[in-house]
Design a protein around this ligand. Structure first.
Ligand code: PFF
Length: 458
């Protein structure tokens, strides 16, 4: 497709909003707190922050640069710069497949969030007596045990995502992110303020920020690395695809920094809102994927106007998931639009339907074949396997390819221009060179080291 016919952001902030919308999602409020809980808190959080700063951010800049330079989606971007038959195109392919797999289970969790909007609106978390407070968490088990309900919400969420992506780049995504991001931040800050009044705040703060290094494992370090990719939406070409809708003089560097800072703030605020509740009400920090759905409603059930707060929280969680899901589907659909010349409507409908179908086993976790039976056999449910493979292996592998490619395979003049055009920071030579060194050496070395460590080789 020619450049003229491709979508471009409607305004300078269009990219920032959409990319922030992609980054901030279930990863921040659902996954980060629960894996922090499972990995013992502070030391895991510290490793995660190091990964974000030294690995995730440099890769994000590299990805956006690649998109901005080529104005293509992942496969096309590699094909243009390395040649259609080059093995580098495989990195683009890996991204498309990763996006497909992530969305297939991501949508199931987003469906849970929608179900909780429904539960909240219908007053499930209002007027709960102290004696019954312990049962609030049971709603999650009831949902998990109901395969039909899981499938229903999953299909509904996918239908909404498909509808928005069909509307094109600018309209859907920019509008959604402009209103919802500040609302989400505002609500989280209020919830953290509430949490400071709980007796569990002190222990929670120590749990999240105290360095209890003895609790950290090699698998935990790999998970922190994988999650830094997942939460920033890097390693599979989502940021590359959004960067491809940028104009020449759009600022890559400060926008990447803004997005990373915002994403990290949301993740940490989510922990500071959630763990005080967990500790106050004697819940399990390592409760797993149900954590946010069990702890937050328990607090809402105690508040005056609990239904309203609860509805607002899960509505914003759903919207945050939606702006991320949009970027996942966009990567998969763009391949068919840009490389195979499909019409947008056809590409989005076909890939969206395929992802919906492929996600059904994830939604059917209550059935033994996809749930406990699989878990006994291979250590993961279907849902867990999708998450484990994509976050811990495919995104870091994609990130490794991207960093080496952007670091070594692009012409210096073009790379420097793409970074510096429109970007005051990108034009500062020591900063540019520092970024390039990170991308060329530190990032690949760190990824390889963590992976080898997880495999028990190092
Ligand atoms: N970053 C999203 C989140 O934290 O929920 C998930 C995600 C979106 C991952 C887009 C990867 C991606 F390309």
């Amino acid at each position: 497709m020619s450049d003229a016919k491709r979508g471009q952001w409607g305004s300078k902030v269009g990219f920032v909003l959409a990319a922030a919308g992609s980054a901030v999602g279930l990863g921040n409020m659902w996954k980060f707190p629960y894996i922090t809980g499972e990995n013992g808190g502070g030391a895991f959080v510290a490793i995660y922050l190091v990964c974000i700063l030294l690995i995730g951010l440099p890769i994000m800049i590299g990805e956006v640069v690649l998109g901005k330079m080529t104005q293509k989606s992942p496969v096309g971007a590699f094909a243009e710069l390395a040649g259609k038959r080059s093995p580098w195109v495989g990195v683009g392919w890996l991204g498309v497949i990763t996006g497909f797999l992530i969305l297939s289970y991501y949508s199931v969790v987003a469906g849970w969030a929608m179900h909780y909007v429904f539960l909240s609106v219908t007053g499930t978390f209002a007027n709960v007596s102290p004696a019954e407070l312990g049962q609030v968490a049971d709603h999650f088990d009831a949902l998990k045990a109901n395969p039909g309900l899981n499938v229903l919400w999953h299909v509904l969420f996918m239908a909404i995502t498909i509808g928005i992506v069909l509307a094109g780049v600018q309209k859907g995504v920019e509008v959604a992110a402009r209103v919802l991001m500040p609302a989400l931040l505002g609500l989280l800050i209020m919830l953290v303020l509430y949490a400071t009044s709980l007796p569990g705040f002190g222990p929670a703060f120590d749990f999240v920020f105290g360095l209890h290094t003895e609790r950290l494992t090699g698998a935990g370090v790999l998970e922190a690395l994988g999650h830094s990719f997942f939460t920033l939406s890097v390693g599979m070409g989502a940021m590359l695809t959004y960067g491809s809708y940028m104009k020449r003089d759009d600022d890559v560097v400060s926008t990447s920094i803004t997005i990373t800072a915002l994403d990290t703030a949301v993740a940490l605020l989510a922990c500071l809102a959630l763990f005080p509740i967990t500790f106050t009400f004697g819940m399990e920090a390592g409760a797993g994927p149900g954590l946010v759905f069990q702890s937050m409603p328990t607090a809402f059930a105690q508040m005056t106007g609990g239904s309203v707060w609860s509805t607002l929280f899960f509505l914003l969680l759903t919207f945050a998931a939606l702006t991320s899901a949009i970027s996942l589907l966009e990567v998969v659909a763009s391949y068919f639009i840009d490389e195979l010349g499909w019409k947008r409507i056809q590409a989005v409908a076909v890939t969206g339907a395929a992802i919906t179908l492929f996600g059904i086993p994830s939604a059917l976790g209550a059935l033994d074949v996809f749930g406990s039976g699989m878990e006994e056999a291979i250590g993961h449910s279907w849902f867990g396997l999708m998450d484990y493979l994509t976050s811990n292996w495919m995104l870091p592998l994609g990130g490794l390819g991207l960093s080496i490619f952007v670091g070594f395979r692009i012409r210096e003049v073009e790379r420097a221009h793409a970074v510096a055009d429109g970007s005051p920071l990108g034009g500062v030579l020591p900063l540019y060179l520092g970024w390039l060194q990170l991308l060329r050496f530190a990032v690949p070395a760190a990824i390889v080291a963590v992976v080898l460590h997880a495999l028990g080789v190092l």
